[in-house]
Design a protein around this ligand. Structure first.
Ligand SMILES: *Cc1c(COP(=O)(O)O)cnc(C)c1O
Length: 367
């Protein structure tokens, strides 16, 4: 089972907001750099196919995290370049070559395994990853990169790009950022030749180190309307959040002093209290630590009371409501709003994780 459209707990995705955010980025970084939309992890929970199709004319390419995500795009009318941001299992190189999927080459050892495979390498494009300080993947010196370029040439693989990834672009202190930048520039300048694409910037780098954007801006989180730094750094322009999460009351009752709610009976009423039940739980990625946080009903904040179960949770209401009354978990209701960042702060994590954890059971609808 994938999603549950008959349960009225949809994520509503505003594709126009995503398009507007990209247009704002285009203004911010100027006309030269290409923008490649990062749609990994189901487009950060927004749905990779609808998002990719909606932004196809606004971006120059796409970035994903693995080969299956790239294949899914190719099978759904995405014809622009697609870069897989991590090293793939070498056996699958022929799939990438046949679908014109660009691969990240994380090391010489990986490339040596690739060239052993039976594939037509003439259509294969590579971007060499440089580890300038993130410590995840990539070469750490120019010699290894140049050995890779030589090996790629020998097999007629196209050396199309070189890139790195910053670890601290979303922080106020830019010491580490500058160190990484210097290391990357040094390696790039020592390459036997400059490829078509040199790139290093994610959202945070483009927002707060705009002059560092080179040939490609890899635009992720802010395309979806969120601040990569959480609340640490201010955005230079306003973004529109694309994701909202709605539900409705499925059951309403008044409980009395001494009545308890949920597993562990962690909530005990001290007076007559209206309680509503909502069809969402930890199996949806609405995790148990959301107990004590709130949702919006009729424009008012309502506390989540008792433990969050797998599929349902209870909220405290100000009065009796009827079945079907709308509940807002992320988004606006009246004058009030709950953002993914509010939830991230409550859970002591980042807004990226909040959206990525919302499971496939939540039906995605598009406006
Ligand atoms: C995920 C990722 C991005 C996008 O990051 P955002 O912070 O969402 O913009 C860019 N580059 C690489 C290598 C990534 O893994």
């Amino acid at each position: 089972m994938k999603s549950s459209p008959h349960r009225h707990t949809p994520a509503v995705i505003d594709l126009a907001a995503i398009q507007n955010n990209i247009k704002k980025f285009r203004k911010h970084i100027g006309t030269h750099p290409e923008i490649w939309g990062v749609v990994k992890a189901n487009a950060y929970g927004h749905g990779s196919i609808p998002v990719s199709q909606a932004i196809h004319d606004l971006v120059d390419g796409f970035c994903v995290s693995n080969l299956d995500e790239a294949i899914e795009l190719r099978n759904n009318l995405i014809t622009k370049p697609i870069l897989v941001l991590s090293g793939i299992v070498p056996d699958n190189v022929d799939i990438a070559a046949s679908l014109n999927i660009t691969l990240t080459a994380p090391s010489l050892e990986w490339l040596q395994l690739i060239v052993k495979e039976k594939a037509d390498f003439s259509t294969l494009k590579l971007h060499i990853a440089v580890d300038s300080g993130m410590g995840r993947i990539g070469v750490r010196d120019a010699k290894e990169a140049n050995d890779m370029i030589a090996l790629a040439d020998q097999y007629h693989i196209q050396f199309d790009g070189v890139f790195t990834h910053f670890a601290t672009a979303d922080e106020a202190d830019d010491t580490k950022f500058n160190e990484q930048k210097m290391k990357f520039d040094k390696i790039v300048s020592a390459l036997s030749r400059r490829p078509h694409y040199v790139h290093s910037t994610n959202t945070a780098s483009a927002l707060w180190h705009t002059n560092q954007v080179q040939d490609i801006e890899r635009l992720g989180i802010s395309m979806y309307g969120l601040n990569p730094s959480g609340t640490a750094l201010e955005l230079p322009f306003e973004l529109e959040a694309a994701f909202s999460l709605k539900s409705e009351l499925t059951h309403i009752k008044e409980i009395h002093a001494g009545d308890t709610l949920g597993y562990g009976a962690t909530y005990r009423a001290t007076e007559n209290t209206w309680i509503g039940t909502v069809s969402i739980g930890y199996a949806d990625g609405w995790t148990r630590d959301m107990q004590g946080f709130h949702v919006l009903v009729d424009g008012k904040f309502c506390e989540i009371v008792g433990r969050v179960s797998m599929d349902q949770m209870m909220i405290k209401l100000d009065k009796g409501y009827s079945i079907g009354t709308p509940v807002t978990l992320i988004g606006h209701d009246g004058d009030n709003e709950i953002t993914a960042q509010d939830i991230a702060a409550w859970r002591k994590t980042i807004n990226y994780e909040v959206l990525c954890l919302l499971s496939d059971r939540i039906h995605r609808v598009y406006k």
